[in-house]
Design a protein around this ligand. Structure first.
Ligand SMILES: Cc1cc2nc3c(=O)[nH]c(=O)nc-3n(C[C@H](O)[C@H](O)[C@H](O)COP(=O)(O)OP(=O)(O)OC[C@H]3O[C@@H](n4cnc5c(N)ncnc54)[C@H](O)[C@@H]3O)c2cc1C
Length: 352
């Protein structure tokens, strides 16, 4: 039995992957409810869709997402720099897609449940003990669960990471504030499978969805926002700040922001140097192990790949310790390259 801590993208995908490898798993998720807040949107790249296909879950995710075929990049004067096809053009079934993070998590969790995998909600991990090859998770409600392996898929501020290594570094501010918004009736038209990127006064990207909605993000190099600033910030406040920054560009960005009915903001963080991914019968995957700032748009796809590789390693190795070594050999360089590329794209001199 495998205990999976966290029912986000990495955790839900790990459960599906273990199921395919005929290994029993239960997900323990801190949040008591399935959130109805759609939150920010994200893009899934071809490698993420390929991982989903290996989980037989590409169709369920395609059903709650939309395809992206082309990326057009222009500068702050509105001049085109490049137009490029996105993803694996030989196999459109694993092309890029976009959807909200909430829809991705819900669809993966629904799929896990339909395959008989248990998801226990309201289970916030606070402690782990290991004894004679068994691992026991202790939750904040006083309950416990025991298994052979514990997978920490508990995100950027992972508790499992600090249990594996109490000296593990904390997330690093990557130098950008990331704004996400939803706008309606912007007067800007574009095919719904076009991802438009503007390298102007900030890195701005938008997709005009089929429902006359525009989904957009804006990455702004600035000081880290305090927790109070984030929680007290309103759509009106962020709108005014972004329009002031974008209004001199000769692009649709300021107008799209002006038509927003919802704007969210978060700081970008990464984890460039988590040295220990595993100890005893515990391992971390996804953002818990290797969060990258969002610039490359690869975090979710990397988490999906992790799930496939870890489940296959556990299936094929004689012992969890050798599975963990194999997993790290297969994953370390790839995720590190993504962290480095994303950090470079988030630096003030490169807003690609
Ligand atoms: C603004 C922004 C934009 C992004 N855009 C993209 C994009 O376009 N494309 C892309 O691929 N990636 C993107 N990413 C990255 C992507 O969202 C993450 O890489 C991905 O969500 C990581 O999945 P995860 O399951 O590892 O962690 P999470 O999604 O954070 O899930 C962790 C889960 O663990 C639970 N949990 C936490 N602590 C505990 C505990 N103690 N006990 C039990 N459960 C716990 C949480 O409630 C959560 O459900 C973006 C990230 C940000 C911040």
């Amino acid at each position: 039995m495998v205990l999976i801590i966290g029912g986000g993208i990495a955790g839900a995908a790990a459960a599906l992957a273990l199921g395919k490898a005929a290994i029993d798993a239960t997900i323990y998720e801190a949040h008591p409810l399935n959130s109805h807040d759609r939150g920010a949107f994200l893009t899934l790249a071809s490698n993420g869709m390929h991982a989903l296909r290996q989980l037989d879950a590409d169709a369920v995710i395609s059903a709650v997402s939309a395809p992206l075929g082309t990326m057009r990049v222009c500068n702050g004067e509105g001049h085109e720099i490049a137009t490029v096809p996105l993803g694996d053009t030989d196999d459109p079934a694993i092309g890029y897609r976009y959807l909200t993070r909430a829809d991705l998590c819900s669809a993966l969790q629904r799929e896990a449940k339909s395959r008989g995998i248990r998801i226990e909600r309201g289970k916030r991990l606070i402690e782990v003990t290991c004894h004679r090859g068994r691992v026991t998770a202790v939750f904040s409600d006083g309950s416990r669960a025991s298994g052979d392996v514990l997978i920490g898929a508990d995100g950027l501020n992972s508790v499992v990471r600090t249990i594996i290594d109490p000296t593990a570094s904390a997330p690093r501010y990557a130098g950008q504030r990331i704004f996400y918004g939803y706008s309606t009736d912007t007067g800007v038209y574009s095919a719904p499978d076009h991802f438009q990127v503007i390298r102007g006064s900030a890195a701005f990207g938008y997709i005009v969805t089929g429902q006359n909605d525009t989904w957009w993000f804006c990455r702004v190099n600035d000081a880290e926002l305090g927790r109070d600033e984030i929680t007290s910030g309103t759509t009106a406040r962020w709108k005014a700040a972004l329009i002031a920054r974008l209004r001199d560009d000769q692009t649709p960005a300021a107008g799209i922001v002006g038509a927003a009915h919802r704007i969210m903001v978060t700081n970008a963080y990464d984890l460039p140097d988590v040295i220990r991914w595993h100890r005893d019968h515990m391992i971390i995957i996804g953002d818990a192990a290797h969060a990258a700032s969002p610039a490359t748009g690869q975090g979710a796809s990397m988490a999906l790949e992790d799930a496939v590789v870890l489940a296959n390693s556990l299936r094929d190795a004689p012992h969890p310790a050798s599975a963990f070594i194999r997993y790290e050999q297969l994953r370390r360089d790839r995720v590190q390259a993504n962290i480095t590329a994303s950090a470079r794209m988030s630096s003030p001199v490169d807003r690609s």
